[in-house]
Design a binder for this molecule. Sequence first.
Ligand SMILES: [Zn+2]
Length: 430
Amino acid sequence: MSHNRILSLSALLVVSSVLAHPLAAQTAQVIVLRPDRVFDGVTPRLHSGWLVVVAGERIAAAGPEDRVPRPPEARVIDLPGLTLLPGLIEGHSHLLLHPYNETSWNDQVLREPLATRVARAVRAAEKTLLAGITTERDLGTEGAGYADVGLKQAIEQGIIPGPRLLVVGPAIVATGSYGPKGAPELRLPKGAEVADGHDDLVRVVRDQIGRGADQVKVYADYRWGPTGGAQPTFTQDELNLIVEVARSSGREVAAHAYTAEAMRRATLAGVRTIEHGDSGTPEVFELMAERGVGLCPTLAAAEAVTSYAGWRKGVDPEPERITNKKRAFRAALDAGVPICFGGDVGVFPHGDNVWELELMVEYGFTPLQAAIAATSGNAAIFGLDDRGAVREGLLADLIAVEGDPTHDITALRRVRFVMKGGAVVKQGIQ
Ligand SMILES: [Zn+2]
């Protein structure tokens, strides 16, 4: 971008702000970020000697220092020793849940007051943002209604700090399949919304959309087989219908599925992502790759739950569940399935999101593949074309870390700077 273009862009911002909002002109400030290196979210090689110019909430320019002149009015933020990269995009969270080794899922859903759950979620949202997650797709409130819609509003209105949220409200589940269960004479409240058949599903999907769902989450299978194992829930026609109704409003569907059959049905129905995918076969992963369906493997949730049950990693033999996860992850990679960064955080502590990326590397990704999945990869899977890369015109959601995450993924645990929409929300060690 030329010098003139920068000046004219900032002038334009000021002029348009003055016309629209007389007070906003002061907030359209220009900031120049000067890190040691930039990982732009796409290019494997890091850029040294780059400047990133932020005007208002967007990136106005990014490139070599001698080709990106600093506007004279700009505030310069030096980030010595740090790598600047796009803010991370978490693909599978539950802000309304906290780790199951603190309180079981059943007790969180049945016994915790909504206000307590929201209070925890407020803190979780802040921890998430400070950990460098600037966008998060939250996949179900698990009995907390539309509290996610309210949290999203509170963040957007600047009432509380947190990432930009994509929310689903309650997930949709088939009658008889979901928990809490085990009290046959009672009608226990569920951790999701029950719906079946044509009219009911059409009504519920539309109702959720009306209440603020950005996407629809559906459980394509669940633990309700004769021996307690996962079995498909919705029929092919029901899944097709859910996707058709959601899509006609411009919304995508995420499907929970462990079994190959539920994964196959969900893929054929046209969901955007499949969550977990533990029992995926090479054939079903090939079908997903062919249809461009992403997989959120939720490796960290599996390791967390297994360790809560007593597994000591590196000491005890590897449990079957973990061996199976590794097999499924590799099969998905071999088939070329787009892999989503989404750990099911909430099952393990919010703010510890990067654990999923570390496990992706342990299970077969390169650090670069993991860093791309967490930035431009998830942006592509979720259709967020305004973020996920360091590029002119995109949202100024940027973080800086100690070290090079494309060679050492643990660098993403050393977040020293967070900017969201051009506003600095963390600088230094906090
Ligand atoms: Zn989940």
